[in-house]
Ligand binder design. Structure first.
Ligand code: GTP
Ligand code: MG
Length: 202
């Protein structure tokens, strides 16, 4: 799919202030600093569209971007950022929970995981909750440029086995780098396919 236009629309913490139309919505979530905002910029070929930072905790709001005037990409705050303190963490968690519970337009949630790390409890628990709450999701591994292909292969075996401890089958998996643009076409084609399928079934 070609992205012809990508515009920032609105930021807020309040679900009721999110766009109220019924356009399909694809959101990005994951731990702070995993590369959610960078991935959105890479997909849209627009540096600075979503705010990024090397300091974790940059995105603190629900950010809607309208793509090709047809569907939304949503940049969410990262979960689990320790420096924010318990109160701050709970507040972010509340924003995320409200969004996931109440956002009927959410078509697919992309859960981002840093490909360099071994499975983290916080991510595994988050993914299990998605299953419990029947939120459709896919996993996107980030920062592939920072690791050798042999190490990636090794990490992926560990990750897949970890997931298969609680899931009968693996969710869709994507492998990306915002630096090299790896995975861009795979992700955009995946979104395009879902958009098409839903259009046909309406
Ligand atoms: P929060 O908004 O704090 O939750 O973080 P985020 O998940 O949106 O991460 P962000 O996109 O701001 O990126 C965090 C840092 O990782 C920045 O310094 C990015 O430049 C860097 N980064 C993100 N993706 C990649 C990648 O694919 N490769 C490399 N080398 N660096 C990346
Ligand atoms: Mg961010």
């Amino acid at each position: 799919m070609e992205i012809k236009s990508a515009e920032f629309l609105i930021s807020n913490t309040d679900l009721s202030k999110c766009p109220q139309d019924t356009l399909l919505e694809y959101a990005f979530i994951g731990r702070s600093n995993v590369g959610k905002s960078s991935l959105i910029n890479m997909l849209c070929s627009k540096k600075g569209l979503a705010m990024t930072s090397s300091t974790p905790g940059k995105t603190q709001l629900i950010n809607h971007f309208i793509i090709n005037k047809e569907w939304y990409l949503v940049d969410l705050p990262g979960y689990g950022y320790a420096q924010r303190g318990k109160k701050g963490r709970n507040k972010i968690q509340e924003i995320i929970n409200h969004y996931l519970d109440g956002r009927d337009q959410l078509t697919m949630l992309f859960v981002l995981i840093d490909c360099r790390l071994e499975p983290q409890e916080i991510d595994i628990e988050f993914i299990e909750l998605l299953g419990f709450n029947e939120v459709p999701f896919a996993i996107v591994f980030t920062k592939l440029d920072k690791i050798s292909s042999s190490k990636l292969h090794e990490n992926m075996l560990v990750y897949k086995n970890k997931l298969l401890e609680s899931w009968e089958e693996l969710p869709p998996l994507f492998f990306t780098s915002s630096e090299t643009k790896k995975g861009k076409d795979d992700l955009l084609n995946y979104i395009e396919e879902i958009n098409k399928e839903i259009k046909i079934s309406k």
